[in-house]
Design a protein around this ligand. Structure first.
Ligand code: APR
Length: 171
């Protein structure tokens, strides 16, 4: 069953059990998709985030979605790209895997990811997409719990990259 979907648009409009936020370690909001999620969710999201005491890079924490159409937000922190020699690839894979595990623990069935670390954190988009797809695919091959995992791309470049990669290996 094909459980990986690709959608180009605004993740704050997605009706899924949880959307994943590309946050920073403070979990106190920011720009990019983090800013959009907090804007739509409203101030109660920040109130709940403040109680979480931050989040380490590669880890994930969950909150309610408040005014978002998604019931939950899984906040994860991707690595800042510094050339790829200090574990950025492993930390990005960990951000995806931690989010999947947390969604599974909360028995969520549908989940949407933005392109973590490829904006402000400057992670190369092609490499990030390969890591994201490989991490999600490996998880789905070992666990049939999820109904649908959506890669929510925002810009055309990521859309082209994901379309090619997902078509290459029949997803
Ligand atoms: N819906 C989906 N994707 C979005 C949206 C949106 N509304 N807004 C931006 N994006 C995309 C960007 O185009 C990019 O492809 O999310 C991807 C991640 O980019 P950033 O949001 O810049 O996240 P990241 O690169 O992980 O940097 C995280 O940025 O916003 C701050 O607080 C955040 O400090 C943290 C840093």
């Amino acid at each position: 069953m094909n459980r990986i979907e690709l959608y180009q648009g605004d993740i704050t409009e997605m009706h899924v059990d949880a959307i994943v936020n590309a946050a920073n370690r403070s979990l106190l909001g920011g720009g990019g998709v983090d800013g959009a999620i907090h804007r739509v969710a409203g101030p109660k999201l920040l109130e709940e985030c403040k109680k979480l005491n931050g989040c380490e890079t590669g880890q994930a924490k969950i909150t309610m979605g408040y005014r978002l159409p998604s019931r939950y937000v899984i906040h994860t922190v991707g690595p800042v790209w510094h050339g790829g020699e200090i574990g950025e690839k492993e930390l990005l894979a960990s951000a995806y895997l931690s989010s999947l595990k947390l969604a599974r623990e909360h028995q969520l069935k549908t989940l949407a990811f933005p392109n973590i670390s490829t904006g402000v954190y400057a992670f190369p988009k092609q490499l990030a997409a390969e890591i994201a797809i490989e991490t999600v695919r490996n998880f789905l091959e070992n666990d049939d719990w999820f109904e649908e995992i959506t890669f929510c791309v925002y810009d055309d470049e990521n859309y082209e990259i994901y379309t090619k990669l997902l078509n290459q290996t029949g997803h």
